[in-house]
Write a protein that binds this ligand. Structure first.
Ligand SMILES: Nc1nc2c(c(=O)[nH]1)N[C@H]1C(S)=C(S)[C@@H](COP(=O)(O)O)O[C@H]1N2
Ligand SMILES: [Mo]
Length: 424
């Protein structure tokens, strides 16, 4: 299987720079002024131009408290629904469970309530200047193609956002995820590259836009735009970039993108477009999408143009309630660690708030772009504890103690202190 074998970060950042230069020139603004305007759109996912209507902005802030209104599946016990479209995995429920998160328990991040799609009339359109023969694939066409299965995580770029609030004491309007906006599943589907070949992919193709059926946001003209993500052709053609129709051996559940979704292992959750209906292969860069729909790190510790997020970072979580209460007797402490850039090679745990660290035992399997399960023995005396875990991946990325602030609260990868009370 290919790994992430081209320098995505540099490539994509160069594209962003090109876009900023073009847009500021087209709008008769200095690059600096254009960046100021971009930076002011905190929490916005789509800007689509420079004049942002109030309606589009206020839409970002809605946070309906009624549980599960944009989620079809029932709320599993102990699960948290922060907003109408978010369902956070309960880490305590994963204690002693297998490698995979069952479909019913997988976290959900939905912009809108999914609609049932009739498989007999559903079509996936593949079109654009980067292919020779626009095609419409039926569901059966896709099931009939060569398929592979990939076990990988999907993780929201905002997983861990609540720690920015806690560390910096500043609230966000977005979903206040703790560490449960991640899950690992076995995804089965057709390699995206193969699908594009079937539609006569030509050598001019540079960008691939995957679009869902749901409305994401309003653009500057107040026009509704559908949820989408753009990947460069090199990413689209990687062996593990898939158009998926099955999850853990079952047809893709409606909340997870039925009939088909994209999977780009290692990349931020928003790349994995659900309920797809159209793939546009373009021979010209699809500029606006890079900056309006994809995730950026912006803030005083980042360059003015922001840093585009591609892959996820290294994180760890204990399989415990937040906060947990245990009794004073021998306990097998368990957790999981993961990296969007590769696989975890080392996990250290501290039971005394960072004074001393011990190596955790890693348990098989340990797949790249998924996670590793680990454990340590603990025989605590009664008291209040702060447990910490720190993982390192095969590229040497490790979890820092502090993380610089960014305006959207994305990619919190710092070491986290998990509160535990041990009762006598
Ligand atoms: N069409 C569509 N695709 C989407 C989304 C969406 O709202 N609409 N949410 C994205 C985000 S932000 C995340 S984190 C993942 C969540 O995938 P899951 O709900 O299957 O866990 O889906 C992504 N794909
Ligand atoms: Mo997300």
């Amino acid at each position: 299987m290919s790994n992430n074998d081209f320098d995505q970060d540099d490539y994509l950042q160069a594209r962003v720079d090109e876009y900023i230069w073009q847009e500021s020139r087209n709008n008769g603004l200095s690059r600096k002024r254009f960046l100021q305007i971009l930076a002011s759109i905190v929490g916005g996912t789509a800007i689509g131009g420079l004049a942002i209507p109030a309606s589009a902005r206020s839409q970002q802030k809605t946070s309906v408290k009624s549980n599960g209104s944009k989620i079809i599946k029932p709320l599993p016990p102990g699960y948290i629904s922060h907003t109408s479209g978010s369902l956070e995995m309960n880490w305590e429920a994963m204690y002693g469970r297998g490698y995979i998160v069952p479909n019913d328990w997988f976290y959900v991040h939905n912009r809108s309530k999914p609609k049932a799609i009739d498989l007999s009339t559903w079509r996936l359109r593949v079109e654009g200047t980067g292919i020779d023969t626009p095609q419409e694939f039926t569901y059966d066409d896709i099931l009939g193609m060569p398929s592979i299965s990939v076990t990988s995580a999907i993780e929201c770029a905002a997983n861990g956002r609540i720690f920015f609030e806690e560390v910096y004491n500043k609230p966000f309007s977005g979903t206040r995820w703790r560490l449960g906006a991640i899950g690992v599943a076995e995804w089965t589907g057709v390699p995206l590259g193969l699908l594009l070949e079937r539609a006569g992919l030509n050598k001019n193709a540079v960008d691939v836009k995957i679009q869902g059926t749901d409305i994401d946001s309003l653009d500057s003209k107040g026009t509704k735009s559908k949820y989408s993500f753009v990947v460069p052709i090199a990413k689209a053609k990687m062996d593990n970039s898939l158009i998926v129709y099955a999850m853990n051996g079952e047809p893709l559940p409606i909340d997870h993108g039925s009939p088909c979704r994209a999977i780009f292992p290692g990349w931020a959750g928003n790349a994995n477009v659900k309920w797809i209906e159209q793939i546009e292969v373009s021979s010209a860069p699809i500029y606006s999408e890079w900056i309006t729909k994809q995730a950026f790190l912006r803030g005083s510790d980042y360059p003015p143009e922001g840093k585009l997020i591609t892959s996820q970072n290294v994180k760890s979580a204990f399989e415990l309630a937040w906060a947990a209460t245990l009794s004073a007797k021998p306990y097998l402490l368990r957790g999981r660690s993961w990296s969007g850039k590769g696989k975890i090679v080392r996990v250290e745990v501290s039971l005394d708030q960072g004074k001393t660290w011990q190596r955790a035992r890693l348990r098989e399997p340990n797949l790249p772009f998924a996670w590793v399960r680990w454990d340590v023995d603990w025989n605590p005396t009664p008291g209040e504890y702060s447990l910490q875990a720190r993982a390192t991946d095969n590229l040497g990325n490790t979890q820092p103690l502090t993380v610089p602030w960014n305006d959207k609260g994305l990619l919190y990868g710092g070491v986290v202190s998990h509160p535990v009370t041990v009762e006598g």
